[in-house]
Design a protein. Sequence first.
Lengths: 337, 624
Amino acid sequence: MSQTTELPTLTKKDLTSDQEVRWCPGCGDYAILSTVQSVVPELGVPREDLVFVSGIGCSSRFPYYMDTYGVHSIHGRAPAIASGISASRPDLKVFVMTGDGDALSIGGNHLIHALRRNVNLTIVMFNNQIYGLTKGQYSPTSELGKITKSTPAGSVDHPFNPVSVALGAEASFVARSIDNERAHLSEVLRRAAEHEGTAFVEVYQNCNIFNDGAFDAVRGNKEQQIRLEHGEPIRFGADGERGVALAGTGELTLVDVAAVGEDALLVHDAHREDPGLAFMLSRLAHTPTGPTPIGIFREVSRPVYGQALQAQIDDAIARRGPGDLAELITGRDSWEV
Amino acid sequence: MTKTAEKVDTVTIRFAGDSGDGMQLTGTRFTSATAAIGNDLATLPDFPAEIRAPAGSLPGVSGFQLHFADHDILTPGDDPDVLVAMNPAALKANLGDLAPGATVILNADAFTSQNLKKARYAADPREDGSLEQVRVVEVPITTLTVGALEDVPDLNKKQKQRAKNMFALGLMSWMYSRPTAPTLEWLREKFASQPTVAEANIAAFEAGWNYGETTEVFDHRYEVAPAQLPSGRYRQITGNLALSYGLVAAADRAGLRLFLGGYPITPASDVLHELARHKSFGVQTFQAEDEIAGIGTALGASFAGQLGATVTSGPGIALKAETIGLAIAVELPLLVLNVQRGGPSTGLPTKTEQADLFQAVFGRNGEAPLPVIAAATPGDCFHTAIEGARLALRYRTPVIVLSDGYLANGAEPWRVPDVDDLPDLRDDAAFTTEPNGPDGEFLPFLRDEATLGRPWAVPGTPGLEHRIGGLEKAEGTGNISYDPDNHHRMTELRQAKVDRIADDIPPLEVDEGEGPGPRLLVLGWGSTYGPVAAAVRAARREGHAVAHAHLRHLNPFPANLGEVLARYDRVLVPEMNLGQLRTLLRARYLVDVQGYNRVRGLPFTTRELVEAIAAQLTDVDADR
């Protein structure tokens, strides 16, 4: 007999629903699902307090595969619906599972406002740079010139850099990882889920049907991965022989560590109030074909929307007492007939 | 020496001036003083969408009409007995509404050549005979106001001129024997932090009063005795305030917290403003980034176990349509309030209309039925909001509650209900906490046999974890289903759930009046209640037999509606649209319903409806 009451520990199996997973064989979504199902039990949140909300798209089928509370909502609207859940119930742990079309095209407005408000949400955006469920149109993250069904002559749309968008929208937590880099993705998702406020995680996700190999340049390739570690000089390459430094012109440059010396490297500070440096880091790779930063770009503390809303209510009740309905509807200027 | 007072039973006055002249405030204060006396009253604020159109111009004219009486009244009055016109544009914009013999009080100081030109008057109307049919009283309101404020320090001439609306209020308060205490008290409170401004407004108000008392222009004043209303405690209320209180009351009676997701839009924003003030009731208001997020957050809050509500006007409903569809698919309670305005598109934002009925009943993709109800009067907005919540909670469905610009801003005395008499919604709002399946599993789409509503299991409830969404669901389990027969069955079930409400609402009551059985039924819905009821009364006074009924429930209709319609030779449906309810009735009951339809952005006048009724009666007689 144990003297202490311990929370039942969840396992990956506890979070797996009885629904058959219907993504295409070989899709990057499987790896993300598996990682999320492994990481979430470690958060110590009871299963009934977990809510997964999604919009529309391949990634948005995610909630059906989680044996938690879930809403598969409307294209682009998941951040809004999740904001209502989270703001009204700060006791819940709410995730938004979304894609590049869902979050940055039809739902761009909701995304930036959720980030600005800092509602307690963990937003995981699967970026495959393509519309998958509608069978292969270019997305707001597709590279310029991309040839798809809707752009037979090549896309003339300049793409978004999702990390730049999130930083510009005042996000308090911004990170990037890769679908099958399990250890890295696990760590980023854990930190994102533990963040108070809105956490935004871009996950490079392979769509092997409509945009296969979009991230091959950085996937599993240390040469091209700039792993950001808070408090560490930013180095990359097989032996960390390259790095990132702040040039005299005020720009970030990629340097040879041997040539400039380790002291010249930029030390990553994810806690900086000013998002400027994080933004500059996000610009190092606009489309991930060259050296690309992954990891946590920004992690700062800001008031959380739902908590602030509840604090105003608590304060009003403390000052005036709980509302009296009869008093309210009678008002101050009434008369007897 | 006090002048004599003439007793009159009913008065309609209209204040009109520039948007920046404070006419809405003047009208509202006069209304409060009138309510304090115990008159019955109805108001019609009428203002432009522009905050400040060019000063002195016709588009910038803002008006406030008030009808008050010593008996029960139903409308803000057809034509004003008195028009207070603060400038030439206000005179020009309103003169056509006056009956011969009406009184016009003009601010003579404003009749400069420049202002006449701005009002597009070729000649001074005071001199060219165009005011022959009315009694004109010219008062140099601006000069008298500035003169009265001579001793008030620290205010320049322009600031002093701004108090001229209080002079007009003082003069009208004298003319109609309104008590001064409520207005003086209100001014002191409102400008507590600016004593000089309070002093100026009070001095202007008193100067207006004294001007009426001393000048020879007015040889007597008027008195309107208190109305004999059913006993009880009364207050003045507008539709938007009543709607707000109705939501707070519904949440309170349901034992839930109210969550309002909204986005500013005329004429609905006051509901958001009002609810934001009631945090001590646990009310959460969320001003979203757009209309879609307004309803999205509300639906999210409903899923999480709150009374979710969103408030908007027609264009906002268009944006919310997809989420209303989701709410129908996931079968969660949700209140969608539409304070209708003139359409289509941006239309007439500050004017009233009831042309969103089709949008409410049909405005979604797929077979997407939901209950639609409408408020009849400003005070009825309170009870209609509670009825909306009752249906939403009991049947686990979004409900559209229709109000409109006239109800939203119009005021009337309202008998404050006893809180204990309001419906108890706790059973309807009960969450499911235990598995309901035969094998101990949870079936989120296993329906209640009586209501066809599904269980409401909120996050945080162990063992009832489940997923909902916009894809078609299998009956019972709620799992995604593309099965053809299941889709047909679920579509029928969603329709049957809404249809079943007809057995849970009162049958339509018909007021047949006294005397021989009427052959004409006048059937209204929404804010036309007042003008229609007033017109029916007037027609009966003229000796006509007319039946009157009013619909609150527009989808589904009361169970006896078809039988009621069949009872009469003629049915007339007056609507501020081109015949939307009429079309629904004809389609549903195969009855040749007649319409009287105007979309002028203003409520019907009693007069035009009396004429419409008379025309129908002539036709009925001709058919005999």
